[in-house]
Design a protein around this ligand. Sequence first.
Ligand SMILES: C[S@@+](CC[C@H](N)C(=O)[O-])C[C@H]1O[C@@H](n2cnc3c(N)ncnc32)[C@H](O)[C@@H]1O
Length: 389
Amino acid sequence: MQLPEPHPDALAASSQLRQLIAAEIAQHSGWIPFSRFMELALYAPTFGYYSGGAQKLGRDGDFTTAPEITPLFGAALARVAADLIAQTAPQIMEFGAGSGKLAFDILSELGAMGVHVEQYTILDLSGELRARQEHLLRDFPQVVWQQQMPHAYSGLVIGNEVLDAMPVELVVKTATGWQQRGVGIDVGDNGFCWIDRPCGMEATALVAQIPQADALPIGYLTEVHPAAQGFMYSLADMLQAGHRLHGQGSAAIFIDYGFPAAEFYLDQRTQGTLMCHYRHHAHPEPFYLPGLQDITAHVDFTAMAQAALDGGLELLGYASQAGFLMAAGIGELLLRTSPDDAMRYLPQANAVQKLISPAEMGELFKVLIVGRDIDLAPALLRNDRSHRL
Ligand SMILES: C[S@@+](CC[C@H](N)C(=O)[O-])C[C@H]1O[C@@H](n2cnc3c(N)ncnc32)[C@H](O)[C@@H]1O
């Protein structure tokens, strides 16, 4: 691969992470599940991609996200948030807040609207990003950080591109049945190699969730999402406990790239959706420079919605990012800058175009809203596609 050469310090850190992962593989008789490899590559203390010092987000990082593209994304979410917290409690909890930009934009817009947020709680696995969030959000005293999901919570929960950053399991269909793809040590290459094993009970149960798995072709490689499903169960438990304790409803909004199960597990998608991002180059090689690149997979929104339902929540809405942002009023927000002021208007219009164009993020990104005792605004419901899940 022709990718930009990392700094020698970054290469040294990656080599330490490689040794740490290799030691864990050796301890486990030469094989770890891919989900564990991904967890270590992204979140191992000090050297994992999200734990270490890489810039990660934005133009100088490896990938960009909607809040980094334009403040109008957060402003549009703030409009929806204002309606939702009026029905629950004046509290917002954000998972995986990245640079803190989304929190900044939501709180700024809500402040301008005169909507009071008592507490804005951030949970992020990355201590390095938390330091950046603390700096950016230093003028918002209502922002607090927590290490773990509380037992009970009522209010609004949000997460942008968090579910895709949770470790996935790889499974592959062979002539003798489904196998779980794990990681071993490639002795000759001083790197890692793929090793497939028959699925254990847990992987078999995950494969059973794939629609029409029996009809998929031999050689079909795909992901299943136990960590994200587990996260959705825990979220449901937390919001249910909040309801029991405070008698208040809640809503949770997750925005990410992905599909309903029927589109995720298409016959033609024979190599899954696993993708790595290094300095704005996307490639499918997760063993490349561990700790220096992001590793992600698309989200199975059917599995996410089902986990929330199993946990007792309701499915409130599911839309494309374009449908959601248009319903949230991003067009009006853009027009706060006059089109006559071309110098200011055009960059903002381009950014909004990126978020809503079907050729860019508008259709690939989806918005899932779950919760209980909440009425979504009619405009949001007009673009609802829950029936596709
Ligand atoms: C792709 S980044 C997205 C950052 C930000 N939301 C944005 O849109 O720019 C993924 C973020 O999710 C965080 N993350 C992953 N799993 C998490 C979990 N289980 N709980 C909290 N944060 C998590 C990572 O540390 C990282 O900050």
